[in-house]
Design a protein around this ligand. Sequence first.
Ligand code: NOJ
Length: 533
Amino acid sequence: MIYQIYPRSFADASGDGIGDLAGITARLDSLAALGVDAIWLSPFYTSPQKDAGYDVADFTDVDPLFGTLADFDRMLERAHDLGLRVIVDIVPNHTSDAHAWFQAARASAPGSPERARYIVRDGRGPEGELPPNNWESVFGGPAWTRLDTTDGSPGQWYLHLFDSSQPDLDWTNEEVRAEFDRILRFWLDRGVDGFRVDVAHGLAKHPDLPDFVISEDIDSMGAAQMGHPAWAQQGVHEIWRRWRSVVDEYDGDRILTAEAWVEPLSEMAAWVRPDEMHQAFNFPYLMTPWDADAVRTVIDDSLAAFASVGAPSTWVLSNHDVIRHPSRLALTVPSPQGHGIGPDSPGLPDPAVAQMRGRAATLLMLALPGSAYLFQGEELGLPEVLDIPADRREDPTFHRTGGERYGRDGCRVPLPWEADAPAFGFSPSGESWLPQPGWWGEYARDRQEGDRESSLELYRAALAARREHGLASASLSWETTDGDVLIARVGDVMVVCNLSTSPVDLPAGEVIAASERLDDSLPPNAAAWLLTT
Ligand code: NOJ
């Protein structure tokens, strides 16, 4: 099980209100106690933080906000001492506009080698005043920004699939490929156990950069736009084969995990063929609504698709880009990925239903064979935070859409560790880069420790049982293949998840984990694991 740390929001040792590497190091023992096998850290590299660190200005250094390379080494050593493997994020689709390469591209002439590292083109229209094509940024607005010129000639345009501060690199350029080989080796030499590869479906673009006829807004990081000339182009695969050969030069089980918003799952499986990446996030699973048929189908499709290439299936419900899953699974009006929810959103979740569904969904997920990914704070049962004032929101999505989309800040609020400490234990100074709601302390880790009905203890018990019963490498078979109650056997454990609206009788057996207090029946929005005879 891999646990995602979002460094800005995990633990702040320096007191500036932004989490840091020393804060992570100090709190790692709580992750070992939870039963985590590996941690994945979102970016902590030098960055102007226009997209919370996914705008990298130097891929081989630590931003002073997060500490130093020596702090990184200490964190790595402590993690390894605790038996935790460490996966770092790598962001190859784009750099920050503050990266030395982009600064050089800005200052250089059209057609120069400096510009050739990025996707820079002349504009359309008589004066080149129109963008080269009609692509839109994932964060809203056009995907092209015009470069200034100093000599009065018409400025060229650069592509940015995300924010204008994140110019896309040109991966047909060997210089770009070689630079990323170097970056991979830099971190592998330091001892990391692998990489989570950002926007792994975006590096190769259709060579003609043709217009795309847009039927609806781009969402799901491009997944809803299969066939879009920016996403899921076949050219990515040779890049992954090259990266795999770099990673394979190193000892131990170093892994590459793809962030690839690709559908269907049979297509995503191509990212994890034996000579490409090791794992890919299962976003179709994450996007599945609370509906028994849909959940059963996505589980079957996942197991079949990943098995077809000999890779483990993965499972994920939450991360730093989506509405936290308890809230999301209880929305009565769906919200497209990345749009977020706020106080005025339609179909807001009933908090009690959200809490139950969140726990049940987790218990179902942790029974499934393969690799599970957790996002920091989900073990505390945190819901999405809705009431963040506009002037405190930082996600570029919010600002690029004039507030029409709330964006992703609601899942990124710094964690509550101790109910009665400043910033709920997040920061000794009481500072917090996103405001923590007053009720955050109810979810604090210290309030939940030892309380058998708490979310924390549910996660701990489920992770321990998952390990004890070898569920990650067991096989799954359904006991029922229709109806609103999912019942499956995974190894020697029977998992039952009630997605109907009435209680159901539980099969006879010993309950070893349950998302709700049980009598003889399993309430709606609940799940249980049993040992049956
Ligand atoms: C995916 C990351 O998870 C997200 O947070 C980021 O905004 C985009 N890639 C751009 O790097």
